[in-house]
Design a protein around this ligand. Structure first.
Ligand code: SF4
Ligand code: FE
Length: 491
């Protein structure tokens, strides 16, 4: 396993083509727009290698028996899923932001079971091929970007019906030694600081979409892979100073990129689905169950930091003892623990798949993600309410050293004689940046938009059973109670 520092050094040997604001970035590792996100991803390596956290951050590979980073582990049972969630909360508490490595982790877990299922139906050899790839990923402790979201074009049309066939990633050529893929994946968290990209379909596909049914892995710096790093609100603060960033160490959300696949060659030993369109739907369902499992955990960890900042600022500003402040802090904690309960619940209520790996309960995982998308903005609203308007109007950090202004800035931003002004400003900037537009949009649409979760809830809830439960009671118990397993769905 690598330490965080070793992971950061390992990125230096990659030749990934990354563009930002019109220019190619030659040194991705030290670029101010990207480095904070790299530091956040490095925490996933430190958690596995630091003795205090190794129980959560590492696991034993079920394939090799060797100790591996849990971000490359295939959950074998309930305990593994629970530890995954606990690990994410801790990582969220340390970074206060997205640490990016979970999308690749969930891509590995999902492909492990889906390749098994494809082989069962078609007698293909995807699963053995995938296991070799997985062992290499585990042994080299690689960070993978899980690339699922296509540009999608006109949402009312299937991939094969789009005016431009490249609006979903597709196979454009099959050769003796491999395939060639073309297209793009959007909003790719942590892509620019990953070692490899795992491409998967992003929605259920039909018989006409066979070329779009492709899952494969490519090195991040493979020829033809081009990444364009996206902008965030206030991102220029990253190269203007330190305090105004709020979280200069780890950044705001994950650092997302558009990945373009400009006719990229993939050798067969890295192809894990090629044409089996009827497995795209189940792949997406499982991936989203795993990734939506996470959100109630990583975001709880982030919001623990926000609660702490709100409380610390209240102390600095002399409002900590006010009953309405204590009430709002309790409300924030209540919402956060509700989010976390969902992440734990879907892990405890897991099922074992045919290949032997454990799947988080999809109904609870989707419900948990929906709660997270709803509660996260509410917690940020309470944090802004408690902080006061100064988080939106503060003068820049440069004024703290401006010879003409610094005396007045320090005088008028002071709250108590024993509290350094800079401390109040730093806490305010942390709250400002954690409650800004980018993290709220990320929490809403990351792991799928709220409507995608509602669709799963609509599909999985056993509605007729609920009607029968009500009718039995309303009609005076004249019909027998429906059995708990009715319809194959216990709830
Ligand atoms: Fe991991 Fe959360 Fe970031 Fe997704 S949003 S990659 S689950 S930290
Ligand atoms: Fe995310």
């Amino acid at each position: 396993m690598m330490t965080g520092a070793e992971y950061i050094e390992s990125l230096r040997s990659l030749k990934t083509e990354v563009w930002f604001m019109g220019q190619r970035i030659e040194n991705v590792v030290d670029h101010p727009a990207i480095r904070p996100h790299i530091n956040a991803a490095a925490v996933t390596y430190d958690l596995a290698t630091m003795p205090e956290t190794a129980d959560l951050g590492s696991a034993v590979s079920h394939l090799t028996g060797r100790k591996i980073n849990r971000w490359t582990h295939i959950p074998q049972n309930q305990d593994d899923l629970v530890k995954k969630v606990k690990m994410l909360r801790v990582a969220g508490q340390i970074t206060g932001t997205c640490f990016q490595r979970c999308v690749g982790m969930d891509a590995l877990i999902t492909l492990y079971s889906v390749t098994y299922d494809i082989d069962q139906k078609y007698g293909t050899a995807y699963h053995e091929r995938f296991k070799k790839f997985l062992i290499e990923t585990q042994d080299r402790d690689l960070m993978s970007d899980g690339a699922m979201t296509d540009p999608k074009g006109d949402r009312s049309k299937r991939p094969s019906e789009q005016h431009d066939p490249d609006l979903f990633v597709r196979v454009i050529g099959r050769r003796d030694d491999g395939i060639v893929i073309r297209g793009a994946k959007m909003h790719q968290t942590g892509a620019v600081n990953s070692h490899q990209i795992i491409v998967m379909p992003g929605q259920a596909l039909g018989p006409g979409d066979k070329d779009y049914a492709v899952a494969c892995a490519v090195p991040a710096d493979a020829p033809g892979v081009v990444m364009v790093f996206g902008r965030q609100v206030n991102d220029s603060r990253k190269w203007e100073g330190e305090i105004d960033q709020g979280n200069a160490g780890y950044g705001v959300v994950g650092g997302e990129a558009l990945i373009i696949f400009d006719d990229v060659f993939v050798p067969w030993d890295r192809v894990f689905m090629c044409g089996e369109y009827e497995f795209a739907g189940v792949l997406v369902e499982r991936f989203t169950a795993y990734h939506r499992q996470n959100y109630g955990a990583c975001k709880s960890g982030n919001l623990d930091v926000l609660i702490g900042a709100s409380m610390a600022l209240a102390e600095v500003q002399g409002t900590a003892k006010a009953s309405h402040v204590r009430d709002k802090l309790a409300e924030m904690a209540h919402l956060v623990e509700t989010m976390y309960s969902g992440a734990l619940a879907c892990s405890y209520e897991c099922q074992l798949l045919a290949c032997g790996c454990a799947l988080a309960d999809p109904l609870l995982a989707n419900t948990s993600k929906l709660n997270t998308a709803r509660f996260y903005p509410e917690v940020t609203r309470l944090a802004q309410d408690l902080a006061g308007g100064f988080i939106a109007t503060m003068v820049s950090e440069r004024e703290l050293e401006n010879p003409r202004l610094k005396h007045w800035v320090r005088k008028y931003y002071a709250t108590k004689p024993d509290v350094p002004v800079e401390e109040r400003i730093r806490l305010g900037r942390l709250i400002e940046n954690m409650t800004g537009a980018t993290p709220i949009v990320e929490c809403m649409h990351g792991a799928g938009s709220p409507q995608a979760q509602k669709v799963v809830v609509q599909r999985l809830v056993n509605w007729p059973r609920r009607v029968r439960l009500a009718r039995r009671i309303a009609l005076g118990g004249r019909t027998p109670e429906p059995p708990v397993t009715e319809g194959g769905e216990s709830r």
